[in-house]
Ligand binder design. Structure first.
Ligand SMILES: Cc1cc2nc3c(=O)[nH]c(=O)nc-3n(C[C@H](O)[C@H](O)[C@H](O)COP(=O)(O)O)c2cc1C
Length: 403
């Protein structure tokens, strides 16, 4: 099994953007540079998460700057009509030669209500299934419309499908736009196994993540479906283990106690406070005690499994347990080994980020890509150079032997 490596393409950016003083003021040119970097280095795609910049606009604006990079665009059902989203996707795919992927996101009930989508958590998944099925039908060129409980689209006239003004493009991706997405609750998993191609989860240790994926795979098997699995990780990879952990320590030193306390408070079960909470896990309890005493733990105190780190990140400082900001930290050889362990537990796509995004994208591509079995459908630039050097060496060796 080979892996796919994606990079994160969302503001903010900076050396430690979870703190105001570590965050840059970025603009479209900066996003473009990240996309061009990920494209040239051979990343499979880039994740565009929810952010102040609407992902549909950002991805479309970056088609022309990139050649192979796929855009994994976060999309909540119901924000636009499924027919309009399908027309947008057909146009995007035509202009980009089929480089669109959707990340089907379903969180944030309160936020969705503010844009006009008023379903409670569980029912939203029923609506989402209809929404994405209607979307897929329109992308595939079906004209019979959609008559669901939540989504109703009147049939289109088949004769008008090719009209120079009123017609629609033909799909570029024959199997449709690949749908990636998440959902950990019962309804979230039921929705995922019926709809998704790639099931995503925030990372945990390799065995625990594998356990979660195995449960989802068992649910999918009940309805005759097979999915692939992906995760999201922060990454600090360096030539040596010492350098990687020095950088992790530096990130901790730049993080305020207040950031740590606020992040823990967001993770606590209802009714608990930082002062009252007791963890059954002695490592977590020790780290909580350190924070209560007014200090941050040392970097290695936050390593919960070899090379798996719960340090501070843009996505939270998840001292109470792995969540959106889990890291891989180590030498290239160690991180490659850990990725292979995740792979052995069923993960084949890795959406990575390290900050600043451009510098760390280079480090990962330079140090880690050559150690992994990557399949992005084309020869990676770094590996082409390496393979050429090896071939040159071999031909030189055989010439000198022959001489
Ligand atoms: C890799 C990954 C990326 C995500 N990106 C977004 C995002 O950009 N916007 C968003 O609102 N939710 C995002 N989510 C959250 C999920 O859509 C969903 O809310 C979460 O998995 C909880 O689902 P549940 O309520 O079924 O447990 C993301 C989740 C994962 C695992």
């Amino acid at each position: 099994m080979a892996v796919k490596i994606l990079w994160y393409l969302t503001t903010p950016d900076g050396p430690y953007p979870w703190e105001a003083e570590g965050r840059w003021n970025t603009d479209f040119d900066h996003l473009k540079q990240i996309a061009v970097t990920a494209d040239r280095l051979g990343y499979y795609g880039s994740l565009l998460g929810s952010s102040p910049n609407e992902s549909l606009a950002v991805s479309a604006a970056l088609i022309d700057a990139t050649k192979r990079l796929r855009f994994l665009v976060a999309q909540h059902p119901g924000e636009v009509s499924p027919a309009i989203l399908a027309k947008w996707a057909l146009t995007f795919d035509k202009f980009s030669d089929g480089r669109l992927l959707f990340n089907v996101v379903n969180g944030n009930d309160a936020g969705l209500a503010t844009v006009g989508v008023h379903y409670p958590h569980d029912e939203r998944y029923d609506f989402s299934l209809e929404y994405w099925r209607a979307f897929k039908g329109y992308y595939a060129g079906e004209t019979e419309g959609y008559d669901g409980r939540y989504v109703k689209l009147t049939p289109r006239h088949a004769a008008a499908a090719n009209h120079p003004l009123g017609g629609w493009h033909q799909p570029v991706q024959p199997a449709g736009i690949p749908l990636w997405g998440a959902g950990t609750s019962g309804p979230g998993v039921a929705h995922s196994v019926q709809l998704l191609d790639v099931y995503l989860s925030f990372a945990n240790t390799p065995p625990k993540l594998g356990e979660k994926f195995a449960k989802v795979a068992a649910e999918a098997a009940k309805i005759g479906r097979t999915l692939t699995y992906g995760t999201r990780l922060q990454i600090i990879v360096r030539e040596t283990e010492e350098e990687a952990w020095e950088h992790a320590e530096r990130l901790l030193q730049r993080t305020s106690l207040q950031t740590a306390r606020q992040s823990i408070e967001r993770q606590l079960p209802p009714g608990e406070t930082l002062e009252t909470y007791v963890s059954a896990d002695p490592q977590i309890q020790r780290n909580l005690d350190t924070i209560r005493a007014g200090r941050l733990p040392k970097a290695r105190d936050l390593e919960i499994y070899p090379n798996v780190w719960l340090g501070p990140s843009l996505f939270g400082f998840n001292i109470l347990g792995p969540a959106a900001g889990t890291y891989l930290v180590g030498s290239a050889a160690q991180v490659a080994e850990r990725i292979r362990e995740y792979e052995a537990h069923g993960t084949s796509a890795f959406i990575l980020s390290g900050f600043p995004l451009i510098e760390e994208a280079h480090r990962v591509a330079d140090l880690l890509f050559p150690l992994l079995d990557i399949d992005h459908g084309y020869e990676l630039p770094q590996l082409a150079v390496k393979a050429k050097t090896l071939a040159d060496d071999q031909s030189r060796d055989s010439k000198s032997l022959a001489a």
